[in-house]
Design a protein. Sequence first.
Length: 307
Amino acid sequence: MTSGGIGRSVSAWVLGGMGALASGLAMANPEPNQLNMTKGVSEWSPYAMHMVALWVCVVIGVVVFGAMFIAMFRFRKSRGAVAEKWSHSTKLEVVWTVIPVIILIFLAHLATGGLVTFADTTGSEMTVKVTGYQWKWRYDYVDYKGKGVNQVGFMSKLEESSDRTRQLRSNLDPEKVQVDGYKTYLLDVDKPLVVPVGTKIRFVIIGGDVIHSWWVPALGWKMDAIPGIANTAWTKIKEPGVYRGQCAELCGQDHGFMPIVVKALPKAEFEQWLASQEDEAKAKAAPPAPPAAAPATPNAPAPAPQG
């Protein structure tokens, strides 16, 4: 399933035939000067639908501008062209009305199918609660494979080097904020959201103060985080990696400084990480051990009488 409402043949045609033309342009994370939409790494992605709509627009553009330029250059007055004497053609008007309507219905069908698909969270194997705050995110792991997760949750905010660099008159170079050679100025966090690959993950997204929007382009959708309303969506990531996003709703002074980082691990690695987090949470929640009682001091022998 690559996009709701698109059949296998259409998806294969788009991703195979057309997607090859842009294989070097669409990356897992958006890049500077990227021309095409991010392909995405999740089981559901709007990339296929996007490519269908793109090529529909290309064909329409070629037909319309082709007819326009032919009319302008081939039938111009300087070449002796004489305009026809008719006001309209009923058949032509029917054709250029019906064809666009059919195209719009087709695209609306694909888009509606996509909305229905990513909103259907049934069969999820994991639930993560995402809460937006000014200006950071909180992640709480609710359940995994039908079992509740024990008190695993944390705040995720802009990492320290980006935070120092962004300060007024810091005189620090944003170009030097990097992780493994990748420029991460304003794109990295202190604690990423860690998830497993090959797992249908349900996200429950709310706002803790004002409206935010949780958006990771590689996952194929964005969802508003609204106080008092729980919105849901899902993803099933196919490949391990680090996927970055941003808050996509103007939420206040530091809206531009609350990035999102999702770290996808193989299932075995994720389960080890989750177990370590649960153990750490249990250790913090355990009451402190009572202080050990001081050992009793044996009575000293009485001094011998002086003779």
